[in-house]
Design a protein around this ligand. Structure first.
Ligand code: AVJ
Length: 323
C-alpha cells in the first residue's frame, strides 16, 4: 500500500502490517526483546493514549498546552507572518490549533504522519476549521530522510512543530539524526519542540503507573493488537505492565513482563518466555533544558528562548534552523 497525497511527492511503500510482523519476529527472536513504541498506536491504542493525556498523574500534555497558551504571543512574534507549519506526527490537533490560532495569517499546514488514515482525518478537520489555510498532508515516516512538497510556502518561515516530548522515544543517536533531518527540512526557519524534563523519580513513576491502569492497558494493547493483526496467541493475563525510571539513562522504560514461563506462537514459530522475562516496549527519555539545547546545537540549530512551567515539569524550545 502506498499513499500519494501530493502529485509531486513520492512516498515509499510503508506496508505497516508487514513491518509489524517482521519487527515482532525480530523482537521475539532477540535475547533482550524489544519492539518500537510506534506499534502502540492502532485505533484502540490511540484512544488509550488520549485517555492517558487526561490522567491526573500524566502532567506532560496539560503542562505543554498551558505553555503554548501562555507564550502564544511570543511564539507568534518569533514566527512572523504567513508561516508554514510542518508538524512531525499528526497526533495533537489540540496543540497545533493553539499554534495556528496564535500565528498571524499562517499560510499552510503540513502534517507528516506514517498513518494515512490519521492524516486524512487531521487534514479534513483543519481544512474545515481554517478555510484560509492550505493543508498539505504528507504520508511518510519522519524518522527517514524526507522531502516536502515544494511551492507550498509563501513569504513566511517554515516552522517545525514537534510537541509532546515524542523526541524522548528516540535514543540519543536517533534523536540527533532526527534533529539533523529537521534542520535540513526547516532550513532558515525554526523548530518548536516540546521536551519532558528530568524530575523527582516518584513523579515520573506515577505518570507511567497511573492508579486507574490506563497506561497498563495501553502497554498491554500491543499484545492484543499482535493477536488481532498477526495471529499471535499472547495470553493477555500472562503479562503484566512494568514501568520504571532508569535513572542513569534518564528514561522511563516500559516493559511487558511475563508472569510465568510460557510459549507464544507466531507464524508457526514458538517463542519461550521465562518467568519475569520482558518485552521492552518503550523508552521515554527525559531532558534537562541544557541537555536538550546542547543536542539541538549539535544538530546545527541555534537554541533560542525556552519556556518552562513554575514546577519545571516540561519545556518548550524555540530552535532556529541553520540557513
Ligand atoms: C507520546 C512518547 C511522549 O513517552 O510520555 C505515555 C507515550 N507512554 N505513557 C510518553 C506514553 C506511556 C508518551 N509519548
Amino acid at each position: 500500500m502506498s499513499f500519494v497525497m501530493q502529485p509531486h511527492l513520492r512516498v515509499v511503500d510503508s506496508a505497516p502490517e508487514r513491518d509489524f510482523r517482521a519487527d515482532m519476529h525480530a523482537a521475539l527472536a532477540a535475547p533482550q526483546r524489544s519492539i518500537s513504541p510506534k506499534y502502540f498506536y492502532d485505533a484502540r491504542g490511540s484512544q488509550l493514549f488520549d485517555a492517558i493525556c487526561e490522567l491526573r498523574e500524566y502532567y506532560p500534555t496539560r503542562t505543554e498546552l498551558s505553555l503554548l497558551r501562555g507564550h502564544a504571543a511570543e511564539i507568534a512574534a518569533l514566527a512572523g507572518r504567513e508561516a508554514e507549519v510542518v508538524e512531525f506526527g499528526a497526533g495533537s490537533l489540540r496543540k497545533v490549533r493553539l499554534l495556528l490560532d496564535a500565528l498571524e495569517n499562517p499560510a499552510s499546514y503540513v502534517p507528516i504522519d506514517i498513518s494515512g488514515e490519521h492524516l486524512a482525518q487531521a487534514a479534513a478537520q483543519l481544512r474545515s476549521d481554517y478555510p484560509g489555510l492550505a493543508v498539505h498532508p504528507v504520508a511518510a515516516d519522519y524518522t527517514q530522510p524526507l522531502q516536502l512538497p515544494a511551492g507550498t510556502r509563501k513569504s513566511g518561515m517554515r516552522l517545525g512543530f514537534f510537541p509532546g516530548s515524542t523526541i524522548g522515544n528516540f535514543d540519543p543517536e536517533q534523536a540527533l539524526r532526527f534533529l539533523r533531518m529537521a534542520a535540513r527540512v526547516l532550513r532558515g526557519g525554526a523548530l518548536l519542540l516540546g521536551a519532558d524534563l528530568v524530575k523527582d523519580p516518584a513523579v515520573l513513576h506515577a505518570a507511567y503507573n497511573d492508579e486507574a491502569g490506563v497506561t497498563a492497558a495501553f502497554n498491554l494493547n500491543l499484545l492484543a493488537r499482535a493477536n488481532r493483526e498477526l495471529g499471535t496467541d499472547f495470553d493477555l493475563d500472562g503479562f503484566a505492565h512494568g514501568a520504571f525510571y532508569n535513572s542513569p539513562q534518564r528514561r522511563i522504560e516500559m516493559h511487558l513482563v511475563s508472569r510465568r514461563a510460557q510459549r507464544v506462537q507466531l507464524d508457526g514459530q514458538t517463542y519461550l518466555f521465562e518467568d519475569g522475562e520482558t518485552l521492552h516496549t518503550e523508552n521515554s527519555h527525559k531532558f534537562s533544558v541544557d541537555s536538550l539545547r546542547a543536542l539541538a546545537a549539535e544538530a546545527g540549530f541555534t537554541a533560542g528562548p525556552v519556556w518552562t512551567d513554575p514546577n519545571r515539569l516540561f519545556s518548550l524550545h524555540w530552535l532556529a534552523a541553520p540557513a
